[in-house]
Design a protein around this ligand. Structure first.
Ligand code: NAP
Ligand code: G4F
Length: 323
């Protein structure tokens, strides 16, 4: 009998890579799919797995739909990846972000507790919870200090996961993942905004790239590596929380430099700093310590930032040429 997994956020970057990973391991994959007026399955199509995912309609803001999804899928493992995941938008839609990224987690955990308490549960927590960092390198014991409505909502999702583990003995783990990117990254996030612009500028379709705070530093890894860590967490006898990161931090400026150099250009000739992209409160620097994930899960990042950026620029050159 193959194992069954329910993945919320299956149409997102991580959901698509995770579904591919789980299908490769022989899982039956159910994907919670929120109804939209436009097509949101392009990532699953790009990976060639859209027909292999069994979709169940539902929304993190609709507790009844989550209960139905858990009853219908009868999953052995549940990966809660669905979220309003763009930090910038969370100041414009703080209540939606709180409802989906915070209370939505509680609604899903309740469905698990009531209808499939033996299922193993993964919560997509985030390094944004560290926000105004309280230690130079952040690990599982670093105090949190979120700096955005997104970070605050995710902190609720994180603690309610810990609480359900401690209150009801659910096998509920939380992955505190640092930024991870890929050619399937949404265009609004800075790495993909840059790789897309590099391709357009190189091919003569765009002249400049307007960015916000290019002195911000992030610990960037490859999403394809990170979904394996999610799975590994649910294979442990004991549920726990893990930081997943590379242990290297880089400025947005240096990431731009790498991306423009991929096509033989100088970022300084094209990047324009535009205050319109500054945030009301910034997370200046993130740098994770993945020692626990390495020791307990045997997980290590396999892709360097240079390899990641090259992969993204290459994919966008291909896309822009096809347009
Ligand atoms: P993403 O590409 O933005 O995907 C988000 C997914 O959530 C999409 O499938 C989206 O559906 C779905 N979704 C949004 N609102 C929903 C709702 N109300 N009900 C049901 N589904 C909903 O994000 P990602 O980069 O894959 O990230 C996956 C998870 O990890 C998120 O929870 C994110 O906050 C967290 N995280 C990400 C990173 C990172 O660097 N990527 C780091 C730490 C944590 P549509 O396609 O229909 O919009
Ligand atoms: O790519 P970003 O939008 O990612 P951010 O805010 O770090 O959030 C991502 O990582 C989190 C994990 O730490 C996830 F939880 C979250 O869901 C998401 O995946 O911005 C990265 C940095 C920021 O400091 C931002 O101010 O880049 C800076 N930046 C500078 N110019 C820009 C821009 N970000 C965006 N999106 N667009 C710009 O023009």
């Amino acid at each position: 009998m193959s194992k069954k997994a329910l993945v919320t956020g299956v149409t997102g970057q991580d959901g698509a890579y995770l579904a591919q990973f789980l299908l490769g391991k022989g899982y039956e994959v159910f994907g919670l799919h929120a109804r939209r007026s436009t097509d949101t399955k392009w990532r699953l199509r790009e990976l060639g797995i859209c027909d292999r995912v069994r979709f169940i309609e539902g929304d993190l803001a609709d507790a009844a739909s989550l209960q139905r999804a858990v009853i219908k899928a009868e999953p052995d493992e549940i990966y809660n990846l669905a979220a309003q995941s763009f930090v910038g938008s969370s100041w414009d839609q703080p209540l939606l972000t709180g409802t989906v990224d915070g209370l939505g987690v509680a609604a899903l955990l309740e469905a698990v507790r009531q209808f499939k308490p033996d299922a193993r549960f993964y919560q997509a927590s985030t390094s944004e919870m560290f926000g105004l960092i309280q230690a130079a390198q952040q690990d599982e014991n670093t105090p949190f200090y979120p700096r955005s409505p997104y970070g605050v909502a995710k902190l609720y999702g994180h603690w309610i996961t810990v609480n359900y583990r401690e209150s009801f003995a659910l096998h509920a783990s939380s992955g505190i993942l640092f930024n991870h990117e890929s050619p399937l990254r949404g265009i609004e996030f800075v790495t993909r905004k840059v790789s897309d612009a590099v391709a357009r500028i190189k091919l003569g379709k765009q002249k400049e790239l307007r960015l916000g705070n290019i002195d911000a530093k992030r610990d960037w890894g490859f999403a394809g590596d990170y979904v394996e860590a999610m799975w590994l967490m649910l294979q442990q006898d004991k549920a726990d929380d893990y930081v997943v990161a590379t242990g290297v931090t880089t400025t947005v400026r240096d990431m731009c430099k790498i991306a423009f150099e991929c096509v033989g250009l100088n970022y300084q000739d094209h990047v324009v700093v535009d205050p319109a992209f500054f945030r009301p409160a910034e997370v200046d620097v993130l740098l994770g310590n993945p020692a626990k994930a390495s020791l307990v899960l045997g997980w290590r990042p396999r892709t360097s930032l240079v390899q990641l950026v090259e992969m993204m620029v290459e994919a966008d050159l291909h896309r822009v040429r096809r347009e």
